[in-house]
Design a protein around this ligand. Structure first.
Ligand SMILES: [Zn+2]
Length: 273
């Protein structure tokens, strides 16, 4: 594990960088500052310790949509939080309308009612609903939500920001749509799915050619490409791998301008394993 970044930097960790089925990497899960988890398709309770981190510090879980490769490890995460290691209550799970019902169905299928009640009590579970245009502070982070178009609905892209630190965006799974563009426009660093490599792909996903277009259109946003089926090089972007951590500095000219992002200020300072 690398040394900590500057005090005002935000640490982005890609827990899983692969798409649903290829095995190119673990399934979708991303961590901001070890406190906000976006999606839980990977066994984060097993993977985080390999990077010197723990699920005990997570305050907020954001679900982008209800596909298995983004959510099916939620019962394992919640079980680990409730029954192993340091017990700390006050966990919020947020997502599109229906998230509470969906997650409780996963939990009940996996563990049965008794264990689910114990998990709910021990974690003091709270729920948050996000819809298009949401801009709420939850667990100390400003969360922006943007409806995106995927093969299942509802689906959200998010932006996450602590105080005046960098804005980190997450596409979830999406086609090239207005909601995705809004998320990119407000993000300093955007973790964007890039499922297709050689051409357009099935299932409501982005492909490399569209990412190259977006990278050219949004020069003030630094792109991290993830949800990968294969690996290669894309000019102007960082290709994610499992357990990649990046310390993202705060935009240095925000104080001067009062708002917004400065060109090229979203310096992703270092990639590390
Ligand atoms: Zn999906």
């Amino acid at each position: 594990m690398a040394e900590s970044g500057a005090v005002d930097s935000t640490r982005l960790t890609v827990v899983g960088s692969g798409d649903a089925f290829s095995g190119c990497g673990c399934n979708a899960a991303y961590l901001v500052d070890e406190r906000v988890l976006i999606d839980c398709g990977s066994p984060v309770q097993a993977l985080l310790p390999r990077a010197g981190m723990t699920v005990a510090s997570i305050d907020l879980v954001l679900v982008t949509h209800f596909h298995a490769d983004h959510t099916y490890m939620l019962p394992m995460l919640l079980g680990a939080r409730a029954f192993a290691g340091e017990l700390r209550g006050g966990l919020t799970i947020g997502g599109p309308p229906g998230t509470r019902e969906y997650v409780l169905r996963l939990l009940n299928t996996g563990y049965g009612r008794h264990l689910v009640e114990l998990i709910e009590q021990r974690l003091e579970l709270q729920w948050a609903v996000f819809q298009d245009g949401a801009n709420d502070v939850v667990a100390g982070y400003r969360v922006g939500a943007h409806a995106v178009v995927h093969s299942t609905g509802p689906s959200l892209a998010y932006t996450v920001q602590r105080d005046d630190a960098a804005v980190i965006g997450f596409s979830g799974d999406t086609t090239l749509c207005a909601g995705l563009r809004r998320a990119i426009a407000s993000a300093d660093v955007m973790v964007c799915e890039c499922t297709g490599w050689d051409g357009p792909t099935e299932g409501g996903h982005l492909w490399r050619g569209e990412l190259e277009q977006l990278i050219a259109e949004y020069p003030n946003t630094r792109f991290v490409l993830s949800h990968l089926r294969t690996r290669g090089t894309v000019a102007g972007a960082i290709l994610a791998h499992d357990l990649l951590s990046i310390d993202v500095g705060a935009p240095s000219d925000r104080d001067a301008s009062g708002s917004g992002r400065g060109p090229g200020r979203a310096a992703a300072e270092a990639g590390r394993k």
